[in-house]
Design a protein around this ligand. Structure first.
Ligand code: GTP
Ligand code: MG
Length: 195
């Protein structure tokens, strides 16, 4: 995929701030620190397009990135961040739900999980939510560089089982560090935009 342009359109917290629904988009969901922002940077070959951080809770707004003036990649704030207050968690839930249910040009939501960890209850909830809203539920397994090749299949199997994925459901291991999985992820994205 040749990236001719990649720019942030807006950081939004409510629908009136969302950009126009003139081009299709895909969103990245997952726990804080799982690597959502890093994945967007990897895909677009930009080191600092989406801000990343080693401490969780970096992305707090819905960030829309416009790529080649053709489609948007959307970075969602992460969940599961322990230091967040209960009222903030509720706000987060409302913000995400409003986005997922109202956005007409949203074609798919990728669920990101860390290869090292068994998906949490919240991951499972998010994943079934995504499916409930009618998306395919494509799972992107991040930080693949953190697990040895020999251990990999065991981890992927646990993720598939915990999320109750079907055989035909797509799971893509990636690494923002080694850039593994980038081409596979792009081909899935192209497939989605083709419909
Ligand atoms: P929030 O914005 O808090 O929801 O987090 P996020 O999901 O956007 O995570 P982010 O992209 O900021 O990455 C979190 C940390 O994980 C950063 O320190 C990244 O450098 C690191 N990281 C992300 N992807 C990878 C990867 O593939 N491999 C390795 N080793 N580290 C990664
Ligand atoms: Mg982020």
């Amino acid at each position: 995929m040749k990236i001719k342009s990649a720019e942030i359109v807006i950081s939004a917290v409510k629908p009136s701030q969302y950009p126009e629904e003139d081009i299709p988009e895909i969103a990245f969901a997952g726990r804080s620190n799982v690597g959502k922002s890093s994945s967007i940077n990897m895909l677009t070959n930009r080191r600092k397009l989406a801000r990343t951080s080693s401490s969780p809770g970096k992305t707090q707004t819905i960030n829309f990135y416009r790529i080649n003036n053709e489609f948007n990649l959307v970075d969602l704030p992460g969940y599961g961040y322990a230091k967040v207050s209960k009222s903030n968690k509720e706000q987060w839930g409302k913000m995400i739900e409003t986005y997922l249910t109202s956005r007409k040009n949203l074609l798919e939501v990728f669920q990101l999980v860390d290869i090292r960890h068994k998906p949490t209850d919240q991951d499972q909830q998010m994943y079934s939510w995504i499916k409930h809203f009618g998306f395919n539920g494509i799972v992107v397994v991040t930080k693949a560089d953190k697990v040895s090749r020999g251990q990999r299949q065991k981890h992927l199997k646990e993720i598939r089982e915990t999320l109750q994925m079907k055989k035909e459901d797509i799971l893509i291991p990636i690494s923002a560090e080694t850039r593994e999985g980038k081409d596979e992820l792009w081909s899935v994205i192209h497939e989605i935009f083709r419909v």
